[in-house]
Design a protein around this ligand. Sequence first.
Ligand SMILES: NC(=O)c1ccc[n+]([C@@H]2O[C@H](COP(=O)([O-])OP(=O)(O)OC[C@H]3O[C@@H](n4cnc5c(N)ncnc54)[C@H](OP(=O)(O)O)[C@@H]3O)[C@@H](O)[C@H]2O)c1
Length: 300
Amino acid sequence: MKILLTGAAGQLATDLSAVLKDAGLSVRGYDSKSLDVSDGKRVMEEVSMVKPGIIINCGAYTKVDLAEKEREQAFAVNKDGAAHVAEAARKVNAVLVHISTDFVFDGLKSTPYTESDATNPLSVYGESKLAGETEIMERMEDYIIVRTSWLYGKSGHNFVKTILKYAAERDFLNVVYDQVGAPTWTVDLADALLKIVKSVQEGSKEYGIYNYSNEGVASWYDFADAIVEEARASGMNLQCGAVRPILTSEYPTLARRPAYSVLDKGRVKNTFNLTIPHWRASLRKMLRQMGPGKKEDVLA
Ligand SMILES: NC(=O)c1ccc[n+]([C@@H]2O[C@H](COP(=O)([O-])OP(=O)(O)OC[C@H]3O[C@@H](n4cnc5c(N)ncnc54)[C@H](OP(=O)(O)O)[C@@H]3O)[C@@H](O)[C@H]2O)c1
């Protein structure tokens, strides 16, 4: 069963592509240039030609703050793009695996969000991702939407790389402690997606929405503090002497973010028999894999 992967040059898709190929699966990846999901005609043409059994849609507009100024662009990719991919998947009877976000929630809860909790995005990015989910659900039944949070991996821009860059140059860092969620290593999510893909290939029809993040809970401050500590333990030479907690009000951003966006992962764990690593263990693993000699990879 062929797998067609969109947004293949992104941070999640890069690790996902490697994990799927290592498992011996046939993956055809497209970056944003070779397959622009906002171009419906082109998506239909390519999908009809390749006839994949599974499409994994990692193509997304992910610049959360810029989206406040680029609403049209965010919706063209995250809403219309999702609709185009769903339309094409339906035409060739492919199962669609689509990646979504914790930013569909408003963060007003204080216990983990389940898949059936009411959505209420606070940002244009969150709105556009939620609109993409809706487009998919209106078009087909054979979809698996995976909502995830706080992604980081070796490729792409992410919080871990930003903290390492600043920690290498600065004496201290101020990081918000009143936004709480769960960091997610792209490799762990890729492993989970491999299990989901395999179960689809084996004929499972467990369609619907699933939450996935690493286990545990952290504020961005806790996460930053752990990044500095674990990076030092793995041999990186950092200047930063202290990570200081600040309030979101002291660090204004264009987009509003949920104050609490921990995801309940019971459904994905039970359905696909997953064991999910704790975020800190995964962070340590990634930093150790890079090691002191490979710091430049992280800072690239
Ligand atoms: N990063 C997070 O913290 C986070 C959290 C929750 C959920 N998610 C979701 O997880 C998924 C993967 O995110 P990521 O962190 O891997 O993001 P990423 O690194 O920004 O990857 C997204 C990829 O989509 C591509 N893309 C943009 N416009 C496209 C288009 N019109 N057609 C096809 N591809 C297009 C981008 O290519 P260009 O670079 O060429 O534009 C990029 O390679 C996304 O759906 C995102 O919404 C991410």
